[in-house]
Design a binder for this molecule. Sequence first.
Ligand SMILES: [Zn+2]
Length: 357
Amino acid sequence: MKKKLILIFLLFHWLSILFAQRLEIHQINVGVGSATLVVTYSPPDPNGLVIRTSAILIDAGLPGPGSLAIRNYLNENHITQLTAVYATHYDNDHIGGFVGTSTNTGILNSSFVDQYTYVYDRGTPNSASATTTSYINRANTFTRHTTLTSGTTHSLYRSGTTTNNINLNIVAVNGIINGVNYNVNNENDLSSVMVLSFNGFNFFLGGDLSGRCTTTGDGCGSSAPNFANTDYGAAVANELVQYPLNRGGALMTHHGAENTYTGFINSNNLSPPLFALISSGKQANYQHPRQSSLNLLYAASIVTYITAANLYNRATRLGGEFDPVRGSFVNGNIVVGVDASGTITINGESVSPPNPQ
Ligand SMILES: [Zn+2]
């Protein structure tokens, strides 16, 4: 009897070790722009000690508000060191916070990085804006400054079993997918497209990748499709098929601009995500997210979380239409927690996976 109890204890102990590994996605409220902090944790060791195995930052918002919000957030969460930083593309609302201002220390000039920090980006810029030049100059001082390559996998945590590894998969960058160049030249479409994967959970991030308008109107004007290169849009979607999102989520590309949802998630038989995050600022001048994108998310019953509470409305150009039943204005940071057992929480509330397929 005693032996049996010990066996049962050991079994539960083993299961708890297996399932205690954890992934967190923090969409930091940086106002206009985007900044995603990804943190991974080890299972507890025999003494119950859990180790934060990596903390990576994908984009950093605008120079002033971005760097300030990120530094405050890291301090509040007792994160002193970033394993790696990623710039999806070279627009001000994504790389600004890495550079900072005279009064706001940029992340690449802060104590959160050092000679061991990896700095990943898309390499040579198309045009040299002041922010881009500052960014490149600063990034070049890091010995681990590396250009992203599509088809590569960055390991954030190796569990010892392939299924429980936590990886960042580089799907596309610079308009190139697995060596095929689609000759894209728009900065947004040159964004690196990545999928974070963990034991069947997938999370899609694509910088400011365009959507593909299938109909005209609501931001698409008469230029449907609006993709710089429609072949590229289809190729990205095809590549994403291997990362089903029905047990995961997506950071809406280009802050929920028109039809970024249809362009990637609702095309080529891609499974709709369980949840969607939108990083948008309160300023209405960028008109993000668009009502058309939100309506598509609602129609597909995708739980939607938005960092800021000021939506663009086509008719009034003020406020916005938002369905509080099918989504949440967080008006702050969004924290997604994923355990190895598949349990997903967003800001403490559990998000139910659909029926197994
Ligand atoms: Zn942007």
